[in-house]
Design a protein around this ligand. Sequence first.
Ligand code: PEP
Ligand code: MN
Length: 263
Amino acid sequence: QCSRTFKPTNTIVHVGKVPFGSKEIAVIAGPCSVENEKMVHKLSREIKRYGAHVLRGGAYKPRSSPYTFQGLGEEGLKYLQDAAFASGIPCVSEVMAISDIDLFCKYVDALQVGARNMQNYSLLKALGSVDKPVILKRGISATVEEWLNAAEYIVNGGNSQVILCERGIRTFENSTRFTLDLSSVPVVKKLSHLPIIVDPSHAMGNRDLVVSMARAAVAAGADGIMVEVHDDPNNALSDGPQSLYPKQFNHLMKELHIISQVI
Ligand code: PEP
Ligand code: MN
C-alpha cells in the first residue's frame, strides 16, 4: 500500500496544519530532549521565529546507556505541548511503548518511531489504529525495503499518515556518527508515494557537519528536515554536540529557503 504502483500520486501528510509532501519544505526543529519547562518554551519561540513548522522534543528517550538521562516522561510531553501551543505550531515526540500510545495522543500532533524501534512490529501494528501521523525513522541497519515494509505495517493497520525519516545507517565509516544515506531520498521517492524527510543531526553527530547535509537533503528532494537545536548545547542532557545553536538554525533556514526555490 506504500508503493507507487499501488498509488501513483504523492501522499500529503498533515502534522497539525503543516503539510508534508507538498511543494513546500517542512522543518521540524527543537531539542533532543525536553529538559525543563523553560528551555522548551524558549526554543519553541526561537525556532518558530526562524521559520520552523513543527516543534520536536523527546520525553521518553531511547538512550544507549541506562545510566544517562532518560527523559521527563509525561511531564516532558506536557511542557512540549504547552510550548508548541504558545508558539502556535504542532509538536512531535518519540513513543517507545504500546502502553504509552494513548498518553502520547493527548499531547502530541505526531508520534515518532525511533530508529531502534523501526522493527518493533507490535508497536508498528498498534500505531496502525491511531488517528495521528507517524514519523517512521529508518532503522540503524535497515535496507530501504525493510523500512518500507515497516511503513506497510502501519498503513496496513489503517493509518495511512506515515512520514518516512532518513537518519543515517551504520557502515564501516566512523568519521560521522552514522552514514547519512541521502541516496534513500530519490530511491524512496521512486518506490513510494509517502513523504520522506531527513534528520542530519543524528547521522552526523556534529553540528558543523549537520548544516551541509541539511542543505544537501533539500537539494536531493527531501520533503523536509528534522534538526536538533539547543540554546546551551554544551550543557545539554542529550546530543549536545550535534545540536545547532539557534543562530546557526536561523542561517540554515535562510539557505534552505534559497535551495528549495531552485529545485
Ligand atoms: C531522536 O530523534 O531523538 C532519536 C533518538 O533519533 P533516532 O531514533 O533516529 O536515533
Ligand atoms: Mn537526539
